[in-house]
Design a protein around this ligand. Structure first.
Ligand SMILES: C[S@@+](CC[C@H](N)C(=O)[O-])C[C@H]1O[C@@H](n2cnc3c(N)ncnc32)[C@H](O)[C@@H]1O
Length: 274
């Protein structure tokens, strides 16, 4: 039974780091003309109203993307370019739409979403014959069935709702299996820091896995001890080689802009060497 709806959270501080790094990866892949397939295992609806009942109820976008003074963050240009037209129309785009809009003629997208209330909107926002395939199927299984992609590169976003406690272990198993099917794929795993020990355990399991060249990027707005999600991060397999420096230069300033208490919190780790 799925209860998580991203419409309550779209544009929050976690979406900022997730969508910024995702877009950096897309732009990096597009430096070369060779096509890539984008596989989004947990897509959500693709586009959200910033004036919906859900958005107003949590107010998370005001504490997220709308809290950042854009003029002070030219480093996040790829994000501003991707969202500003939507923001003007009181919308915020999700991961499948952000990437779908950037696809070139030979690039493709595989979009997985299970929620019966979300799949119709996702199809309206993102389905496009020949180029994006929207599937109401389990994204973990979908990813493993699509890989290895033939005659193209692969970019994967795994962004589950972590409604099931075992998801924290399951994501590492799926990521490792996906890596064994296509070791050169660029794969991004989003995680929330709700309980720090769970994330420490996830990192240990990744370090012990067969995966190579894995980096961790994390940004926080509040201490771990507070209730809810104080920080969130992205674990990236085969990241663009330029990404770590970009992140390290911007993370302090960005976390301060989003912070609830004026304190900066961020982490970068090379979890597994190349
Ligand atoms: C955090 S949201 C995705 C947000 C989206 N990636 C973005 O950045 O805009 C997670 C989504 O995964 C969906 N979901 C949950 N379990 C799933 C599964 N096994 N396969 C595919 N989608 C699933 C939920 O219904 C929810 O819409």
């Amino acid at each position: 039974m799925l209860s998580y709806l991203h419409s309550f959270h779209a544009g929050n501080h976690a979406d900022v780091i997730k969508h910024w790094l995702l877009l950096e990866c897309v732009h990096y892949l597009q430096l070369k003309p060779a096509p890539f397939h984008y596989i989004d295992t947990h897509t959500g609806a693709g586009l959200y109203s910033t004036r919906s009942f859900e958005a107003k109820k949590t107010g998370e976008i005001e504490q997220g993307v709308l809290k950042i003074p854009q003029q002070d963050f030219p480093e996040l240009e790829v994000l501003w370019d991707a969202i500003n037209d939507d923001l003007k129309q009181n919308h915020y785009p999700g991961s499948p739409l952000l990437v779908k809009r950037l696809l070139r003629e030979d690039d493709k997208a595989w979009l997985y979403e299970m929620h019966p209330k979300v799949i119709g909107t996702l199809k309206d926002n993102c389905e496009q014959r020949r180029q994006s395939y929207v599937k109401q199927e389990d994204g973990f299984q979908g990813l493993l069935s699509v890989l290895p992609v033939k005659n193209a590169r692969a970019l994967v976003l795994m962004d589950p709702s972590y409604e099931i406690k075992t998801d924290y272990q399951h994501v590492v198993d799926v990521l490792s299996n996906a890596y064994q099917k296509m070791p050169q794929a660029v794969m991004l795993l989003w995680y929330p820091v709700v309980n720090r020990e769970t994330i420490d355990d996830m990192e240990r399991r990744i370090r012990r896995s067969p995966m190579k060249n894995v980096q961790l990027f994390e940004l926080g707005v509040a201490d771990d001890v507070q209730k809810g999600m104080g920080s969130s991060g992205m674990i990236i397999v085969n990241p663009p080689w330029t990404l770590a420096e970009k992140f390290k230069k911007t993370a302090e300033k960005l976390s301060l802009a989003l912070s609830e208490d004026g304190k900066s919190r961020w982490r970068f780790e090379q979890l597994v060497a190349e």
